[in-house]
Design a protein around this ligand. Sequence first.
Ligand SMILES: [Zn+2]
Length: 269
Amino acid sequence: MHCMTIDLESWIHSDELLWFISPKDGKERKIKDNGHILQSTKEILHLLDLYKAKATFFVVAEIYDWYPSLVEEIKSKGHEIAFHTYNHPLPIEDSAELANQIKLSRRFLSRFKPKGFRAPLLNAKRSLFPTIKDHFKYDSSLYHYRTFEIDGIKEIPVSTMPFMRREPYFPKHLNLKLIAGEFPYGSGYCLGLLGKSISHLIKYEERKKRSSLIFFHPWQMHAPPPCFLEKKFLITNPKWIPYSSNIRKTIIHLLKNFKWGTIERLYGI
Ligand SMILES: [Zn+2]
């Protein structure tokens, strides 16, 4: 079994996609999102049902303020609800900022009691871990090729295929240092870049009796965010090109060919 994880956030929570607008608060972010998150998440839920798969949703708690019934629906279908901050700061600067994000999310946290945490951009500084441990049972904020323990908390990383073995470092996110030593095939970026070919890597790991953990964003499954339609955006930000392809067919292919469960179930957390 493998873990499919979804970072439940709007395209509007990604600052680089906001080059032409800068919403000042959550209300304005919801207006600019314009229901995009609802449509794309419903599509994901439909596919998970169709292939009898369970997933872990790392929820930006602001989405619960926007559409409480959407998060309730995810929970009622037996998927895992985990935490992805309140409004997705890029990145979380220090533990005081993380504590504030937790405070802002009180309503969400007391309703769902999530066990897992993931930092935006998978950018978690080492100094955040004592605060993560105080509130959660596991973290999933790094790219790595095996699980490990850090400051007394279990790390369930997004999958990589290592070219060289090395100890985890912090933050360990998508950048040149990472790809110099490992191929981060579990990233939403690689799903957009390689599509169905990702399944060869998952199969390879499966033969070695290892589970893969992948993640993607709802907006990758749906009509592209408005900024992708502005030609100037992709020309001036070519690194976003893999994110501009709709990964719906790839997700269907992965759902058909592998078994998927939640992190809490697979790792007995
Ligand atoms: Zn995110």
